[in-house]
Design a protein around this ligand. Structure first.
Ligand SMILES: NC(=O)c1ccc[n+]([C@@H]2O[C@H](COP(=O)([O-])OP(=O)(O)OC[C@H]3O[C@@H](n4cnc5c(N)ncnc54)[C@H](OP(=O)(O)O)[C@@H]3O)[C@@H](O)[C@H]2O)c1
Length: 258
């Protein structure tokens, strides 16, 4: 019997994991549907919210899902909480891919804050040249500090534009190399970077570039996520899933010892 796995995605790792697991299982990847043209995922995709934890629990039952994997971004706290709750309600096992956060090292000038609102405040009253490497949902909060110059990079256009007098917009999708990030910070004379602590290599370039240039980073701390069995890498999680499959979905031939 092929077992059915639902992966909650929206990250590079989710796509990689889906590709690995699809060899042995029937995998569906779920996206929130926010990105206008998401990259090809290579497995069947469903898109859009489920309608809270109850909706997700109902979906798990309707589709006879055997295993739920939360491979969403570390700042997607609501869907992670919903996933843990829905898995419990539907009696479906859950695993999570939890990419470790970055740690400051020698030379880093980090100011850590708890929220986007606190990041806006941490910029201070004097005008600065700010690089916002945040999602387009979060940048609106910076309208509260219109005295700064903003360089805003996003995957999809920021619409409507920010109600501030001085902002440049850049459309780009990672991964971003340190050398390119450094050139970008220099070209725009950036003196502070606002970032999430996303972890992983794809977006670390700006952090390393800021360190090299002595530029401050206002780092928004990670939200609390539910405690569920987890792994830090695609490989480690795939190994757990394969073990899970071997334990729960033995092939009929294997069961007979043929
Ligand atoms: N937050 C970030 O910084 C960030 C960065 C890169 C990628 N992403 C990805 O973008 C998506 C949305 O992030 P977010 O921060 O807006 O999430 P969120 O605040 O935790 O979730 C908001 C709502 O969006 C729906 N949703 C989120 N992820 C979904 C998924 N994979 N499949 C189906 N529905 C989903 C759910 O709606 P219902 O309650 O109706 O089910 C959820 O309650 C996620 O897939 C995440 O992995 C987020």
């Amino acid at each position: 019997m092929t077992h059915r796995i639902l992966i909650l995605g929206g990250t590079t790792e989710a796509r990689q994991l889906a590709g690995k697991l699809a060899v042995r299982a029937s995998v569906t990847l779920s996206l929130a549907g926010r990105t206008e043209s998401p990259v090809a995922q290579g497995v069947p995709v469903r898109s859009g919210g489920f309608g809270g934890a109850e909706g997700l629990a109902a979906y798990l039952k309707e589709t006879s899902t055997d295993l739920l994997i939360d491979a969403t971004h570390p700042y997607a706290a609501r869907i992670s909480a919903n996933a843990a709750q829905a898995a419990r309600a539907a009696g479906v096992p859950i695993l999570a891919l939890r990419r470790p956060g970055w740690e400051p090292i020698e030379g880093d000038r980090w100011t850590e804050v708890d929220s986007v609102t606190d990041a806006v405040r941490a910029l201070g009253p004097a005008p600065r040249r700010v690089f916002l490497a945040l999602g387009r949902q979060e940048v609106a909060a910076f309208e509260a500090a219109p005295q700064h110059h903003y360089l805003i990079r996003s995957v999809d256009p920021v619409e409507p534009r920010l109600a501030v007098p001085d902002a440049d917009y850049l459309l780009a999708r990672g991964p971003f190399r340190e050398a390119d990030e450094r050139a970008l910070l220099e070209r725009h004379s950036i003196d502070v970077v606002v970032s999430k602590n996303s972890g992983g290599a794809a977006t670390y370039g700006k952090i390393a570039a800021a360190r090299a240039l002595g530029v401050e980073v206002i780092m928004i701390r990670r939200p609390m996520l539910p405690e569920v069995p987890s792994a830090e890498t695609v490989e480690a999680l795939a190994a757990i899933v394969n073990q899970f499959g071997a334990d729960h979905f033995a092939e009929p031939d294997a069961e007979r010892g043929v």
